[in-house]
Design a protein around this ligand. Structure first.
Ligand SMILES: Nc1ncnc2c1ncn2[C@@H]1O[C@H](COP(=O)(O)OP(=O)(O)O)[C@@H](O)[C@H]1O
Ligand SMILES: [Mg+2]
Length: 172
């Protein structure tokens, strides 16, 4: 089973992937590290201080691999069987990212990306043959989130409806 865990930074991808990896005995590939180690990038973006992932090289790395968890915000570009989109309330993203050495600008950029559902929209618009599961991690522990993914793998339908913009309109 090939699993991609994607979502805005701070949604819990790395934490949940480690728990799931133990449950399933699958290796986890953390894409930010993998891209650097295997040079799966096209260039270095000086302004963003990050590598630009070469999607074709990334796909090439996973070609022929059967059982794995790929976690990272470009993991949904890899051909997989299941895509897990993790979500969290924008203010929760802000809280979780405060503990990182990100600039205020970078934190707010990610808060905004989650607010509008940037990654989720990318996934829903083109997930290929993969099944898509969406989980709101706001009020769940990482263990609970991993448990839900386990249930999805057994065939249960797991899908949280998330629309932060609509919630704002409703005054929540
Ligand atoms: N379900 C959760 N509930 C509460 N805190 C979480 C949850 N998942 C992750 N966290 C915390 O949020 C922060 C970001 O988690 P991390 O796994 O690094 O996210 P990502 O890899 O998506 O950027 C960490 O401090 C982590 O402990
Ligand atoms: Mg991470």
């Amino acid at each position: 089973m090939r699993i991609a865990i994607t979502g805005t930074p701070g949604t819990g991808k790395t934490t949940v992937s480690r728990i799931l990896s133990k449950k399933l005995s699958y290796p986890v590939y953390s894409l930010s590290e993998l891209v650097k180690r295997e040079k799966l990038y096209s260039e270095f973006d000086e302004r963003r201080n990050s590598y630009v992932v070469d999607i074709e090289k990334l796909k090439g790395f996973f070609k022929g691999k059967e059982n794995f968890i790929a976690e990272g915000l470009v993991s949904h570009y890899i051909p997989v069987d299941l895509i897990v989109v993790l979500r969290a309330k924008p203010e929760t993203i802000r809280e979780r990212l405060k503990e990182r050495n990100y600039s205020k600008e970078k934190v707010e950029e990610n808060v905004e990306a989650e607010r509008i559902g940037f990654i989720a929209t990318e996934v829903f618009e083109g997930s290929g043959k993969a099944r898509v599961v969406q989980i709101d991690t706001t009020r769940r522990t990482p263990e609970e989130v991993a448990g839900l993914i386990g249930r999805a793998l057994k065939g249960e339908e797991v899908f949280d409806d998330v629309d932060w913009l609509e919630d704002e309109e409703g005054g929540n």
